[in-house]
Ligand binder design. Structure first.
Ligand code: HEC
Ligand code: HEC
Ligand code: HEC
Ligand code: HEC
Ligand code: HEC
Ligand code: HEC
Ligand code: HEC
Ligand code: HEC
Ligand code: HEC
Ligand code: HEC
Ligand code: HEC
Ligand code: HEC
Ligand code: HEC
Length: 434
């Protein structure tokens, strides 16, 4: 939208100049019919006052007109005062374009006629701006569409504005004029602070070397403000592959706003199941279907109550499998409490430490602690050889199978009131009775 400059033609209010003009009987004809100055009025768009006479703007000097017997002419006033006789002053708003403030109307407009709309001196807006501005400012590899369309004036007023940078609206409303989707996002519950009114923290409005007009590539653009997270990713041993692949941070976060906390695309386990569910779009062959595991009959209590976050860090971790604390990878490990610190954050370590016990664990034969027997040794079994920490078809989170690399062995677990039995590939059927 252009701020309309009210046109004021002072026909009634006879200023000295205009009454002089009205008394003039020579008209335009003498100057143009002679063929001397008809070039001035030949162009498609003719400045209206010219149709009534040259004397709106020129007055006789009394001196001799060059090349003729007639009068010499001078301007009634010099621009911008000349223009302001009929056009409202251009200098009333907060920001005035420098050439306008300097009264240099004729840098952009022709006073007589022009092939271009609004008597402009150039056929396109961009050419006009290029006369004074370095086109590097908008000649990027990827241009914002209104810029490639040459529509500078969709955003800038050529004369003046109440907003910085001669903008026709303030930010972010300017953007919302054309970007309905982002306008709607602006109404969501959680706004990313820079999205509130600082689109230009992330977007270069004219054009950019990066896609989506970003001022830097992902994830660097995020790190420009989230330096702490960047440092922590650099320091941790394992970074979640989800941060390095696909849409990077935007695999999980919305960049602008969200109905969920932490700008998440989806909350809780559902977020994780987008990739650790039926098929992981990033790693369809490699992935373990955790969603299937947590739909088993028996699900580990912390998953039921809190989802994944009790045990897994989302971005990065110093432990295997992005865990929050120590837990061994593989089937065997040194069977100390410290190796399983994650589990013993919540469970009593007596279940592992007491060789003989009446109550530290139900996994015992008489008083003999079978956790101790299997785990507490130089080459101890890992908990996951028997338990599936996410969910399992058998009570006590006992799995149907145990994984040895690519090979899976049945566990053959049964249970009863006083104990149970198993028939794994490791040994013949063994029973325990408390
Ligand atoms: C709306 C005001 C206005 C009207 C009406 C007008 N002129 Fe001008 N004219 C100007 C201005 C301003 C300049 C000075 C241009 C510059 O400095 O570049 C000018 C300059 C000129 C010049 C100097 C050469 C040039 O092209 O810059 C001539 C010749 C001229 N006018 C003739 C005419 C004739 C003939 C008419 C009537 C048919 C006319 N003008 C009507 C404003 C006007
Ligand atoms: C004597 C009165 C008068 C003076 C002086 C005058 N103008 Fe105008 N101007 C008009 C009128 C009348 C129109 C036509 C308005 C319309 O079509 O709505 C007009 C239209 C314009 C337009 C728009 C042309 C278009 O295509 O719509 C521009 C640009 C313009 N003038 C610039 C200037 C500049 C620059 C000066 C000073 C050098 C100036 N005018 C001096 C009366 C004047
Ligand atoms: C930097 C270039 C530039 C300068 C300097 C400039 N104009 Fe304009 N002007 C434009 C452009 C571009 C348009 C067309 C606006 C549009 O498309 O909405 C325009 C439109 C106009 C119009 C008609 C439309 C409207 O907004 O009413 C008038 C009248 C006008 N200018 C007068 C002036 C006067 C008087 C001056 C000096 C005080 C001046 N201009 C200085 C670029 C300029
Ligand atoms: C006659 C020379 C000239 C023309 C033509 C011109 N400008 Fe400017 N413009 C300037 C000057 C001088 C400045 C002030 C110094 C600077 O910021 O570069 C300026 C400043 C600006 C600014 C910054 C204003 C601010 O508040 O900091 C914008 C935006 C702008 N121009 C847009 C445009 C657009 C859009 C066009 C084309 C329609 C245009 N200019 C055509 C001379 C011009
Ligand atoms: C989609 C809206 C939009 C379009 C289209 C647009 N600009 Fe801008 N322009 C802006 C905004 C917003 C700024 C302020 C940038 C900033 O503060 O970093 C700006 C700033 C500028 C500046 C001042 C830069 C400075 O550093 O002072 C100039 C000059 C300018 N634009 C010229 C143009 C020209 C010429 C065109 C057409 C080729 C154009 N703009 C098209 C929105 C736009
Ligand atoms: C005059 C209309 C208009 C205005 C104002 C406007 N845009 Fe756009 N913008 C478009 C069009 C058209 C496209 C290309 C089609 C699309 O992707 O929606 C676009 C595309 C974009 C894109 C995507 C570019 C890509 O590579 O896909 C971004 C980002 C963008 N605009 C940001 C902004 C921001 C920020 C503002 C405000 C400073 C803004 N726009 C103001 C019309 C506009
Ligand atoms: C924190 C940085 C950031 C801020 C602030 C930001 N954006 Fe974006 N915006 C992005 C990123 C990153 C993308 C690319 C999304 C993608 O790759 O899917 C984007 C994409 C866009 C797109 C293209 C979306 C599409 O679906 O094609 C538009 C339009 C856009 N932003 C407008 C805005 C507007 C308007 C504002 C201010 C109200 C704004 N942005 C503020 C980071 C930001
Ligand atoms: C211009 C600075 C800036 C940029 C760039 C930026 N952010 Fe932010 N972001 C903030 C601020 C400020 C906060 C609020 C304070 C905080 O939590 O640090 C925030 C908060 C967040 C939050 C937490 C929101 C909540 O509800 O607590 C997430 C998630 C986030 N940003 C992700 C991103 C992503 C992803 C990117 C890259 C696309 C990004 N940020 C780029 C400034 C930025
Ligand atoms: C796998 C999904 C996922 C990816 C990928 C991801 N995040 Fe997050 N992010 C989360 C979740 C979930 C939270 C909520 C708190 C938590 O669990 O740590 C979060 C929280 C945040 C927070 C606010 C809390 C904090 O830790 O400061 C910021 C900022 C953040 N993320 C930025 C980013 C950035 C930047 C990237 C890309 C480098 C990114 N995230 C990639 C899932 C992700
Ligand atoms: C955009 C896809 C995506 C999302 C969303 C996602 N991940 Fe991942 N995640 C991966 C990929 C790819 C890997 C590496 C291959 C694999 O182990 O499946 C991975 C690996 C993991 C690993 C194993 C790391 C290792 O070093 O062995 C854990 C644990 C994990 N993700 C947990 C989560 C949790 C918890 C969430 C939800 C907060 C989540 N992921 C969301 C893609 C994703
Ligand atoms: C009680 C702690 C705990 C909770 C809660 C938990 N996990 Fe795990 N997760 C583990 C442990 C321990 C491992 C490593 C051993 C293994 O692979 O079974 C693991 C491994 C993983 C792996 C890597 C699997 C592989 O073999 O590559 C993924 C993916 C994973 N978890 C996703 C999730 C998701 C998604 C959730 C939430 C639904 C979740 N976890 C909840 C403890 C937990
Ligand atoms: C965040 C706390 C937490 C962590 C960490 C945790 N658990 Fe649990 N676990 C529980 C809760 C709560 C229950 C349900 C109450 C109970 O049986 O103690 C449970 C139940 C179990 C059960 C089923 C007991 C039964 O009799 O049905 C097994 C087996 C188990 N956890 C093994 C592990 C293993 C192995 C680890 C380490 C990888 C681990 N847990 C880590 C909280 C946790
Ligand atoms: C050789 C298989 C095996 C290994 C290895 C194993 N468990 Fe168990 N665990 C069992 C069986 C079987 C039960 C069920 C005992 C019962 O109630 O009959 C059990 C029960 C549990 C319980 C329920 C409380 C209790 O002690 O009765 C917890 C908690 C538990 N295990 C945690 C662990 C942790 C932590 C590890 C690794 C340090 C681990 N288990 C290693 C087989 C195993």
């Amino acid at each position: 939208m252009t701020i309309k400059l009210t046109l004021l033609i002072f026909f009634g209010l006879a200023s000295a100049t205009l009454s002089a003009v009205l008394q003039n009987d020579e008209g335009t004809g003498n100057c143009t019919n002679t063929g001397c100055h008809n070039n001035l009025i030949e162009q498609k768009v003719v400045h209206s006052p010219i149709e009534d006479g040259c004397e709106y703007c020129h007055e006789k000097t009394g001196k001799v007109h060059p090349g003729s017997e007639g009068n010499g002419f001078t301007l009634v006033k010099t621009p911008p005062e000349l223009c302001e006789v009929c056009h409202e002053s251009k200098a009333s708003e907060k920001t005035v374009h420098e050439p306008v403030a300097a009264g240099e109307c004729l840098e952009c407009h022709s006073p007589h006629s022009s092939p271009n709309q609004f008597l402009l001196k150039e056929s396109s807006t961009v050419k006009l701006c290029e006369d004074c501005h370095d086109s590097d400012m908008w000649n990027n590899k990827t241009k914002h569409q209104p810029v490639s369309d040459g529509a500078c004036l969709k955003c800038h007023n050529p004369h003046q504005s109440n907003f910085p940078q001669l903008l026709v609206f303030k930010l972010p409303e300017l953007c919302f004029n054309c970007h309905e989707k982002e306008k709607n996002e602006h109404n969501l519950d959680n706004l990313h602070p820079p999205f509130e009114d600082n689109c230009l923290d992330c977007h270069a409005v004219h054009g950019s070397e990066n896609s989506n007009l970003l001022t830097a590539k992902l994830p660097d653009i995020c790190f420009s403000c989230h330096e702490e997270l960047q440092n922590s990713l650099l320091q941790k041993k394992t970074v979640h592959q989800a941060i390095r692949e696909g849409k990077l941070c935007l695999n999980c976060h919305n960049q602008h706003a969200s109905d969920n906390s932490n700008l998440l695309k989806t909350e809780g386990q559902k977020l994780c199941f987008q990739c650790h569910g039926k098929t992981n779009p990033l790693e369809p062959d490699k992935s373990v279907n955790i969603e299937k595991k947590v739909s088993e009959k028996f699900v580990h209590e912390p998953i039921v109550s809190d989802g994944c976050s009790d045990c897994h860090a989302t971005h990065a971790s110093d432990y295997t499998a992005l865990l929050m604390n120590q837990f061994p990878a593989g089937n065997y490990t040194v069977g100390e409490v410290d190796s399983f610190a994650l589990c013993f954050d919540c469970h009593d370590s007596d279940l592992l430490e007491k060789q003989q016990t009446d109550d530290a664990t139900n996994f015992r034969n008489g008083k003999t602690n079978l956790h101790y027997l299997h785990v507490k040794r130089e080459k101890g079994r890992n908990c996951i050889d028997c338990h599936d920490v996410h969910g399992a078809p058998n009570i006590h989170l006992i799995g149907d199978k145990v994984r040895f690399g690519h090979w899976e062995m049945p566990i053959g677990y049964t249970t009863n009131e006083t104990g149970g039995s198993c028939l794994p590939g490791c040994h013949e059927e063994k029973k325990y009775k408390r």
